[in-house]
Design a protein around this ligand. Structure first.
Ligand SMILES: NC(=O)C1=CN([C@@H]2O[C@H](COP(=O)(O)OP(=O)(O)OC[C@H]3O[C@@H](n4cnc5c(N)ncnc54)[C@H](O)[C@@H]3O)[C@@H](O)[C@H]2O)C=CC1
Ligand SMILES: O=C(O)CCC(=O)C(=O)O
Length: 421
């Protein structure tokens, strides 16, 4: 019972704190209160109940959501999360962050996000397939290549995207690769999508390190989370000559000041990003965040750096690969302590950027080489980083507020031009 109350409190504050920063950003840019009223919540939120036949022949009803924040700029876009702690308020906040990411990288989208309350680690492949297909049937009226385009997020992957694409194509009675991104290459996926989030984080780390005068080669890095975002990032940092001294997953953290054997860990991790269960000598996720390092990358879940531990963070640079890992109070504390915080809506925008490239390729029916994807991604993210860093300097605001100011502008302008406010 007490866990439920705590979870509700935490997720409600994710939405509220997003609203606080959006309001401040719009105010700084001179937009009216009506614009805030429009943008403070998603335009649409669908709740669905999905009955699934389980392997033991029982029927289980799963609850899922799809939020569409604002489609003034274009169709909405954003991932689908399969996690036991998914809830409505969190999905709303996640859809709003997607709008900001698309604004920051200047993609022709608004933000969307979906989630199902479930624990895929406890489900068979058959159950997962039926749940993925059931979710698509339940939301099919409001999604589509020109309406709302889903993608992977926590505990979903290219196989789940493939089932969902197949189900949508059957409903519409024509092949619809542009309905969803993050697909396997053979089904119209893009080169580079799997590693895109980590690639974007890497670009942000490189830029932030330059600003802080830190040499990446030899820099000590801690990464919380060893899934899609965290594990690729650990590999990229290791390959760049940095020393990855700590990583974690949902079951704990491992730490070695001399550096971890990243290739071994990558080889041993499972498809849910679990690897620490193989080790006895562990520390907790919270202890990991407080270890001495140069660069800290939260790449797992929200609300990890709070007013309780922000003053204990030793890193000079914090780059948010996860959505919402740092609370507003903690953002203030880190900024006052002169830690360079690269906010989620910028740092994790590499995923949706390459998802956009995938959708463009699906629409054209013409596919790009990996190098082209890498070049275009780098160009966009370096430009976005510079824009936000300069905004923070010239307007004397923290990096999160600067990112919201850059991210919200196009959506506000498009809503005004459409005559919505
Ligand atoms: N996959 C993508 O393209 C994108 C992901 N993100 C964000 O990055 C973060 C990680 O996502 P993915 O790597 O895709 O997920 P994933 O499902 O591949 O991996 C999740 C990782 O987080 C760990 N984890 C789960 N619960 C945890 C807990 N309570 N404490 C510590 N670790 C925990 C898991 O063990 C696993 O290592 C999420 O916040 C997600 O929203 C952001 C942008 C794009
Ligand atoms: O790739 C996408 O479209 C969305 C990725 C996502 O859900 C995120 O950036 O949080």
């Amino acid at each position: 019972m007490s866990t439920t109350i705590k979870e509700e409190k935490v997720t409600a504050s994710l939405l509220e704190s997003t609203q606080v920063v959006i309001k401040e950003a719009l105010g700084k840019l001179g937009y009216s209160e009506e614009v805030f009223e429009l943008l403070k919540e998603p335009l649409r939120m669908l709740t669905v109940r999905i009955p699934i036949k389980m392997d033991d022949n029982s029927t289980k009803i799963f609850t899922g959501y799809r939020a569409q924040h604002n489609d003034a700029v274009g169709p909405t876009k954003g991932g689908i999360r399969f996690h036991p702690e998914v809830d409505e308020e969190e999905v709303k906040a996640l859809s709003m962050w997607m709008s900001l990411k698309c604004g920051i990288v200047n993609l022709p989208y608004g933000g969307g996000k979906g989630g199902i309350i479930c624990d895929p680690r406890q489900m068979s492949m058959g159950e997962l397939e039926r749940l993925s297909r059931g979710y698509v049937r339940a939301i099919s009226q409001i999604v589509g290549p020109t309406k709302d385009i889903p993608a992977p997020d926590v505990y979903t992957n290219s196989q789940i995207m493939a089932w969902m694409m197949d189900e949508y194509s059957r409903i519409r009675e024509h092949d619809s690769p542009g309905f969803i991104t993050g697909k396997p290459l053979v089904l119209g996926g893009s080169h580079g999508r799997e590693k895109a989030t980590a690639q974007g984080v890497t670009i942000c780390i490189e830029e932030a390190a330059k600003r802080k005068g830190i040499e990446l080669k030899g820099a000590r890095i801690i990464v919380q989370g060893f899934g899609n975002a965290g594990s690729f990032l650990a590999k990229f940092m290791h390959d760049a000559g940095a020393k990855v001294i700590g990583i974690s997953d949902a079951y704990g953290a491992i730490y070695n000041p001399d550096g971890l054997d990243i290739d071994y860990l990558l080889d041993k991790r499972d498809s849910f990003g679990t690897v620490t269960t193989l080790f006895e000598n562990k520390i907790t996720n919270q202890e990991l965040l407080e270890q001495d390092c140069d660069i800290l990358v939260p790449a797992a879940i929200s609300n990890q750096i709070t007013n309780e531990n922000a003053h204990l963070i030793k890193a000079q640079i914090v780059v948010e690969a996860a959505n919402g890992p740092t609370t507003l109070e903690a953002t203030k504390i880190l900024t006052e302590r002169n830690v360079l915080l690269v906010p989620d809506v910028l740092a994790s925008s590499g995923g949706v950027t390459v998802s956009y490239f995938e959708w463009v390729q699906n629409n054209q029916g013409y596919y790009w080489e990996d190098e082209e994807v890498q070049r275009k991604l780098k160009e966009l993210l370096v430009n976005s980083f510079n824009q936000i860093y300069d905004m923070a300097e010239t307007r004397k605001v923290n990096m999160r507020l600067a990112a919201y100011m850059v991210g919200v502008r196009k959506m506000a302008e498009a809503s005004i031009f459409r005559g919505w406010v």
